[in-house]
Design a protein around this ligand. Structure first.
Ligand code: HEC
Length: 360
């Protein structure tokens, strides 16, 4: 009975818009409307799907109104087609006017293989639209967004205070030594006076000099370059240009400064930490603008394990903050904003060097 009612209502508007010979009494009462209502042929070539072409099973076509240049509401139920050899799909029952037509090609499991959309101004009567160009969907990756249980471990490391910067020889110094012909007598082979200036750190009597020794020898180099009674290069060689003397003097000064900085005693703030000076850590994960979860952590030496496994989205990045406390509950490390990305297995291993963000 219901079927009969439905069939009857087709007579009015939603029925097939083109009269077919078999339609007989169901043909619209006003044939002129039927003749001028749009009948659209839409080519959707699948060639660009390449290998995916054989997997393509279904084409779903959605029709939207275009209102003020924007995609408006869906006009009618989507069209569903099996993939056909001609790659041509007939859309009937459309309204004339500007429409957005989007197509989705899926495989047997309903997985989207390609999508595309186009706009067209639909007119009355039969028309063939330009080809709708599809974009291939990237193959689903391992880290596709899906919920996983977070399994978080935090490993703290205690490295010593950062190593003092290694002094290096600026290129201008090398050029000044070359220009002043020092290397002819102070190479590895000749090493006059036991001094080798071939590369930095310099050597005397086949021994690499200590930091202090480097400072002393470079000072002496500068002094000998401007000396009148014992000049370097020795008398008879072209005198060193003043600007090259200045370069060696400046190098002596910078080496002095570096040596003094590394000799400075460690300050209170950079006093070395040990395992016992770290008592607890708290980690807070930001889920959104206002929502966050505090993750309780169990301490095991310098390793902390989360004893809750909240559900997060694999492949997604989350901001978190971390605080590490000493036995007196004083904050040893405060990391206000860092980021981790949840892998497909939910296992997140955070590494944090305790000296990395401590002041001092
Ligand atoms: C012709 C060869 C010759 C050239 C060129 C030369 N030197 Fe010398 N240098 C010597 C000899 C020989 C000694 C050892 C005797 C002395 O100290 O005067 C020496 C000694 C030195 C010493 C003292 C080493 C020490 O252990 O106390 C310094 C510093 C030095 N040279 C720097 C330089 C510099 C810088 C240049 C380039 C501007 C240079 N020399 C060019 C031959 C040379």
């Amino acid at each position: 009975m219901l079927f009969a009612v439905g069939a009857a209502s087709c007579l009015d508007s939603s029925g097939p818009s083109t009269p077919t010979p078999a339609a007989g009494p169901q043909a619209p009462s006003n044939p002129s409307i039927a003749l001028t209502s749009p009948e659209v042929q839409l080519p959707i070539p699948l060639a660009l799907l390449g290998d995916g072409q054989s997997a393509a099973q279904k084409v779903q076509i959605n029709i939207f109104k275009v209102e003020g240049g924007l995609r408006g509401e869906a006009l009618k139920e989507p069209f569903e087609f099996g993939v056909n050899a001609e790659s041509l799909y007939t859309l009937s029952g459309l309204e004339a006017g500007p429409l957005e037509i989007s197509a989705t090609v899926t495989d047997a499991s309903g997985q989207t293989l390609a999508e595309g959309a186009m706009r067209a101004n639909i007119v009355a009567g039969l028309q063939t639209l330009p080809e709708l160009i599809l974009r291939r969907q990237p193959a689903p990756s391992e880290t596709e967004a899906r919920p996983v249980l977070l399994d978080l471990t935090l490993n703290l490391t205690i490295k010593g205070p950062p190593a003092p910067p290694e002094p290096t020889e600026p290129a201008v110094v090398r050029a000044a030594l070359k220009a002043s012909s020092c290397l002819g007598c102070h190479s590895q082979r000749s090493a006059r006076g036991g001094l080798v200036l071939e590369k930095f750190p310099y050597q005397t009597q086949n021994t690499a000099l200590s930091a202090g020794g480097q400072v002393a020898i470079v000072r002496e180099m500068a002094a000998r370059m401007s000396s009148t009674d014992a000049p370097m290069p020795p008398t008879g060689f072209p005198a060193t240009k003043p600007e090259n003397i200045k370069i060696i003097e400046a190098f002596a000064e910078s080496l002095t400064a570096t040596a003094e900085a590394s000799a400075r005693p460690a300050t209170e703030a950079s006093a070395p930490l040990d395992e016992k000076s770290i008592a607890a850590a708290s980690l807070e994960i930001k889920l959104g603008a206002a929502s966050r979860i505090v993750l309780p952590l169990q301490k095991d030496g310098l390793t902390f394990r989360a004893d809750a496994t909240p559900g997060l989205i694999a492949g997604q990045s989350y901001h978190y903050s971390l605080r590490v406390y000493d036995p007196q509950n004083l904050v040893l490390l405060d990391l206000p904003d860092a980021v981790f990305t949840v892998p497909a297995d939910g296992k997140v291993n955070l590494l944090q060097d305790m000296n990395a963000s401590r002041g001092g």
